[in-house]
Design a binder for this molecule. Structure first.
Ligand code: FE2
Length: 309
């Protein structure tokens, strides 16, 4: 092959092919590679710096922390902002705001009708009940909506990702009743941080950033004909509520806590002493397409369309 300058090399990298391939993938890769060539040249990236970054990416993949980095560098929130902007252009508004799914969803949590106990009978931590209704924009109850809920334990760990938790601990699916009602008992979760001594913490130390998320609970709310809502609510009072590592907190998603609620009426959740309660209604938009009503989380949605151009 003849000698090449940078521009000629980029043209070759982005144009040589033996088959049409996938036009969208080719366009995206050409753009990203071109931007990286430019970055390397303009910021005078050394070979050692480049290979250090390549090693970091390899270790990031092995560690399973890609989803942490996408959140921490703002990509997850970016996608939500773009979805909000698209909604605005389409004249769609109202309902509970969306918030990032995060990388720690696990499909197939145990299913309960109307109410559930997420904490597997483990009474450590403050007893917390969240309850409310799933409603449409028009205020109609959404009967038999499916609420998938998941959150971290007192050490900030999620089941399936953190040692010491049972499968699906602090994860449940709850089907609302005919009037859209749900409620669940759990332990009031604390905030958590990115794992220390990990590829993610290495980068955040180098950036001079913290890796803390304020206390929150994740939800995926789905019902036939309704647009699936991926969101999370924040527990008030957390130091990092306005300084979230993942930039995910939003107005309208900070719940109010009532402390010292009398236990009467909550016996079926094993409650016999005053507890902390939050009432929160999920308001869903009508689905514009069948796909919008899919109850699948992000990875399952991607896998369902894998291989399609
Ligand atoms: Fe989380």
């Amino acid at each position: 092959m003849s000698e090449l300058n940078q521009k000629q090399l980029l043209e070759l990298v982005t144009s040589v092919n033996v088959a049409p391939g996938n036009a969208r993938v080719r366009a995206l890769v050409a753009r990203v590679v071109g931007d990286l060539f430019k970055t390397i040249d303009e910021l005078d990236v050394s070979a050692d710096e480049f290979w250090k970054a390549a090693d970091w990416l390899s270790r990031l993949g092995t560690s399973g922390q890609v989803g942490l980095i996408t959140a921490g560098l703002g990509f997850d929130r970016l996608l939500d902002i773009r979805a909000d902007e698209a909604d605005e252009r389409a004249g769609r508004s109202g309902g509970t705001p969306r918030a990032i799914e995060g990388p720690l969803y696990v499909a197939g949590a145990p299913l309960s009708k109307v109410e559930a106990r997420l904490d597997e009978g483990n009474s450590a931590g403050e007893v917390f009940v969240m309850e409310g209704q799933v409603r449409t924009l028009a205020g109609q109850p959404v009967a038999h909506a499916l609420i998938d809920v998941w959150h971290a334990n007192s050490q900030g760990g999620y089941s399936h990702f953190f040692p010491g938790l049972k499968p699906y601990e602090l994860r449940r699916r709850i089907e609302t009743d005919a009037k859209g009602h749900y409620r669940f008992r759990t332990a009031l979760p604390p905030g958590y941080s990115i794992p220390p001594n990990s590829p993610t913490s290495e980068l955040f130390e180098a950036l001079g950033r913290h890796g803390h998320r304020p206390a929150h609970v994740h939800f995926l709310v789905a019902a036939p004909g309704q647009r699936t809502l991926t969101t999370q609510v924040n527990i008030p009072g957390d130091t990092y509520i306005d300084d979230d590592f993942a930039f995910a907190t939003r107005d309208g998603l900070i719940v109010e806590l009532e402390r010292g609620v009398a236990p009467a009426g909550y016996e079926s959740l094993g409650i016999s002493a005053p507890f902390v309660r939050s009432r929160f209604d999920f308001v869903t938009q009508p689905a514009a397409t069948a796909g919008e009503a899919s109850p699948a989380a992000r990875l399952a949605r991607v896998q369902a369309t894998a291989g399609r151009g």
